[in-house]
Design a protein around this ligand. Structure first.
Ligand SMILES: Cc1cc2nc3c(=O)[nH]c(=O)nc-3n(C[C@H](O)[C@H](O)[C@H](O)COP(=O)(O)O)c2cc1C
Length: 277
């Protein structure tokens, strides 16, 4: 028996926290490299591109750097300056006008960046491990280098930068934010034992390696309204990222556990171990 398009579950509304998505199609975050201007601000082209896709239930915006120190991919947009917030406001206005919803994706490239972005200085990471990937610089793809391990003060500042970017996202009219913890970017560099050799409270055990992500999550949550305005892009295993191993799986589940405990007081007292362990 055939069913009409209207009856397809994919095209039915769904509630996600306080958001009511008109359908269950979520557009994946896709880097387009179109912020080709000195201020790394989104342009009219961004507004046109995202408005064209506003019929999705929810759009996850492209990777967007939280600070100049986080920068590491040519012609990608940021969310730290007034100019960028104004640019994003035009984008979210265009999407909302067409009835769409949109999240910003908050990004720190860490060791995936390159000295070319910092006048020759090394990019930051958990430890001095070269991820052996390619960095997309303004003059083309270049091999990554061994980064500089972050000091505790730099970790603290980076956590704050994620919070500021989340607040900027709200000011720019986004409906929520997603923390980019995927691939081999900075947060993943902390989570992964292959790229995190720290001896302090941010390295070693699973809990310690996840501490950076948890601190970022808490700080971001202070800037967005609880109840569906935040998310995480991560995945347990990859094919191209040689160093990202299956041990990451419990870490992601622990993150989910952490989130559940935070928003559900009953779960805090009595976590459902079967579901998350
Ligand atoms: C051109 C291109 C750009 C992408 N840009 C981003 C991005 O900015 N942020 C992100 O989290 N993922 C990005 N991705 C990953 C996709 O969102 C998606 O997760 C990936 O293609 C895997 O799809 P799957 O999860 O359905 O298997 C990009 C993928 C492609 C092909």
């Amino acid at each position: 028996m055939s069913i009409t398009t209207k009856q397809q579950p994919l095209f039915t509304p769904v509630r996600m926290g306080k958001l009511k998505l008109p359908n269950r199609i979520v557009m994946a975050p896709l880097t387009r490299m179109r912020a080709a201007n000195p201020g790394h601000a989104p342009t009219e082209l961004h507004a046109e591109y995202y408005a064209q896709r506003a019929s999705a239930g929810l759009i996850i915006g492209e990777c967007t750097e939280i600070s100049p120190a986080a920068y590491g991919w040519a012609d990608t947009p940021g969310l730290w300056s007034i100019e960028q917030v104004r640019g994003w406001r035009k984008v979210t206005d265009a999407v909302h006008k067409k009835g769409g919803l949109m999240y910003a994706q908050l990004w720190h490239t860490g060791a995936l960046s390159h000295p070319d972005f910092f006048d020759g200085a090394l990019p930051m990471s958990a430890s001095d491990v070269n991820p052996q990937q390619e960095s997309v610089t303004p003059s083309g793809r270049k091999a990554t280098v061994a980064p500089r391990p972050m000091s505790r003060e730099e970790i603290r500042q980076t956590v704050l930068d994620f919070g500021t970017a989340a607040r900027n996202a709200m000011e720019a009219g986004f409906d929520g934010v997603q923390i980019q913890a995927n691939y081999l970017y900075l947060i993943a560099q902390f989570l992964n034992s292959a790229t995190n050799h720290r001896k302090d409270e941010y390295g070693g055990s699973t809990e310690n390696r996840a501490r950076f992500l948890f601190e970022i999550t808490e700080t971001v949550l202070e800037q967005v309204e609880p109840g569906g305005d935040d998310g995480l892009h991560g995945r347990p295993a990859g094919t191209s990222e040689r160093r990202w191993n299956v041990q990451a799986l419990p870490r992601h589940l622990r993150w989910a556990h952490h989130r559940k405990r935070r928003h559900d007081p009953r779960a805090w007292k009595s976590p459902n171990k079967n579901r998350f362990s």
